[in-house]
Write a protein that binds this ligand. Sequence first.
Ligand code: CUA
Length: 320
Amino acid sequence: MVLIVPTLLAGCDGRQSVLSPGGADARVLGDLFWVMLVGAVILWLLVNGLFFYVTRINRAALSRRFANGLIVVGGVVFPTVVLGALLTYGLSIMPDQRAPGEGLTLRVTGEQWWWRVEYWPDGADAPIVAANEIRLPAGQRSEVVLNAGRVIHSFWIPALGGKMDMFPGRETRMSLKPEAPGTWRGQCAEFCGASHALMAFEVVAMPPDDFTAWLDAQAASAAPPATEAGARGARIFAREGCGACHAVRGTDARGAVGPDLTHVGGRLSLGAGTLGTTLEDFQTWIAHTGEIKPEVEMPSYDYLADADLADLAAYLKGLE
Ligand code: CUA
């Protein structure tokens, strides 16, 4: 066990780890982990120490009374007290992830292998739609309403809190409170098909004022392309029928099958945490979707000429 722990911890870079908490709820879970680990190590040492002791001593010298006492105290009383104390402690610090939010509500839907994200600020009558990235105001508790398109997924941001299953046709809820600005990573935690492992997302907690400004920008329609290449890319986007599946608000593209692309150029990842968002990443993604993400619904546009791909990438990257 002593050898396994460092090996396990070596896999945690902090962005996606319960042991580097950035949220109030994850901090509780992290504390619980360490207390339970220390408790388990102490128990393990004592039990093995005792075992060693009784195998090494001269049994003839062991009085029956002492042996019985050892069984009662070491085998019943001690584990009951220690495990009871750990249980009581664990239950007493349970994070309150069902606590109501303080203003912002997000609706997140698990799709085949991406995340539909809708922001509902207090009093809004229509959502601000985004995808594959979640932004939250730091220091505030936001409520997340979870749902799924076709199969069960599970929403998990280890550094911010516990995970919650997402079901088609049924809503589940949780709330999250990032303590300070930061960037973390979330991941689908329920096997949901071929590209389950490629269903991740970036999570950004921002100072509340920055968050409000960001959300206002997200609510706006897409600005017209600012470059020649972007304008050509917009025409290719229309020609290839991308708008049948994707929406770019302010244009004729109104599809709702795939992620909303209105501000895709300002996101931190493509393909739900699979690639970055450089011009090259856009080209790679568009031409090789099926290879990068097995069984994804978007076809690979590998027949496009390099120049067309570059223009399309320029258009999408420009949608900030
Ligand atoms: Cu979605 Cu696994």
